[in-house]
Design a binder for this molecule. Structure first.
Ligand SMILES: Nc1nc2c(ncn2[C@@H]2O[C@H](COP(=O)(O)OP(=O)(O)OP(=O)(O)O)[C@@H](O)[C@H]2O)c(=O)[nH]1
Length: 333
């Protein structure tokens, strides 16, 4: 167990790596399969989506510097076979950062998603920024059940310059919740991510895998398309655009093309709340909208291994984030 006292050893990147679970259980002579669900929770912007993508080994959840980027419950799957029919399947659910400041319909829907995601999981990764614990973190922590094994993931360790301050901070965290283990790390450091996978594996029950060995997510390509467009939208508008802007995929059509093999035609609408936001998204002579479209298309072509036609529209729907029916019609739970 990683206690504040032995954390320095665990923090040593050289201690990471190697084979997962060397003492793999064997049932009736057959190598066993392990499989379980792991929820990733934390306040906005602590690095949950970055961590999910690193754990899964491919981009599943969109990330940006803007808080509240994640709006859906996203499942990422990582399977590590042992080559003899056994091994471990990790099923991750990412959650939107828990909202505490606003009471709009959108935020209520986000909070319901968080509560749904942590119910009945095998393990919870409670993600905070290393060395920090704010009211926002406390509100998420208050939702966690003491009887579900929970790891404290102290992320963004690379940004902590005074490492000596981490041990007293961890001792303080120990008083706040019966954490099973502490994992100070950086989601951007592959060795740390590998070590976290090793730790998670110990908490997963022995049972057959739920998904195929090659499956990465249970989300459709249509869903991923909307997420990628939304990521480009937020990246390219910076802090100017309110997070209540969203993307709706109106059309997703697959065609066979003699020239390109697989071809996908997508029409998407960017929904904003004000005329001013619409002008901001379109940009000078349509430059910004064009760039959002080009970057999204290039990434999706790679992700989906196809040729793509992507058509983007911008619509103003003022007050949609306050309107429960509209929030649902745009695909939120
Ligand atoms: N330096 C550093 N930055 C990180 C690390 N992990 C994540 N980040 C950055 O933190 C920002 C937020 O990361 P996200 O993964 O989008 O955070 P999130 O918790 O999913 O955010 P929401 O979707 O708002 O809930 C991004 O700019 C990431 O690049 C890390 O280990 N070190």
């Amino acid at each position: 167990m990683n206690t504040p006292e032995n954390i320095a050893a665990a923090d040593d990147p050289e201690s990471a790596g190697g084979h997962l679970n060397p003492e793999k259980p064997v049932v009736d002579g057959l190598p066993a399969q392990r499989c379980g669900v792991i929820a990733i929770v934390g306040k906005p912007n602590v690095g949950k989506s970055t961590l999910l993508n690193a754990l899964v080994g491919q981009k599943i959840s969109i990330t940006s510097r803007k808080a509240q980027t994640t709006r859906h419950r996203i499942t990422g799957i990582r399977t590590l076979p042992d080559g003899q029919g056994g091994g471990t399947q990790f099923i991750f659910v990412d959650t939107p950062g828990f909202q505490t400041r606003h009471s709009k319909a959108l935020n209520k829907s986000l909070n319901r998603t968080v509560l749904g995601a942590i119910d009945g999981v095998d393990l919870v990764l409670f993600v905070v920024e290393a060395g920090s614990f704010t009211l926002g973190d406390a509100k998420v922590l208050a939702l966690l059940r003491p009887d579900t094994p929970t790891l404290l993931v102290a992320n963004k360790l690379d940004t902590v310059h005074r490492r000596a301050e981490i041990a007293p901070w961890l001792r303080d965290m120990q008083q706040r919740h019966p954490f099973a283990e502490f994992v100070p790390m950086s989601a951007k450091n592959p060795k740390d991510v590998q070590r976290l996978l090793q730790i998670c594996e110990r908490y997963l029950p022995e049972q057959p895998w739920w998904y195929g060995e090659d499956e990465l997510t249970d989300k459709s390509e249509k869903f991923l398309a909307g997420e990628v467009v939304r990521e480009k939208l937020f990246r390219l508008t910076g802090d100017e655009l309110p997070y209540t802007s969203t993307v709706v995929i109106e059309q997703f059509k697959e065609e066979k093309s003699k020239q390109h093999g697989r071809m996908v035609r997508i029409a998407a609408t960017i929904v904003v709340e004000r005329d001013g936001h619409k002008a901001m998204v379109i940009g000078d002579k349509g430059e910004r909208l064009k760039r959002i479209g080009t970057e999204a298309r290039q990434e999706l072509e790679k992700l989906m291994d196809c040729k793509m036609f992507l058509e983007l529209w911008v619509k103003v729907r003022s007050g949609w984030a306050d309107d429960e029916a509209r929030v649902r019609s745009f695909g939120y739970e």
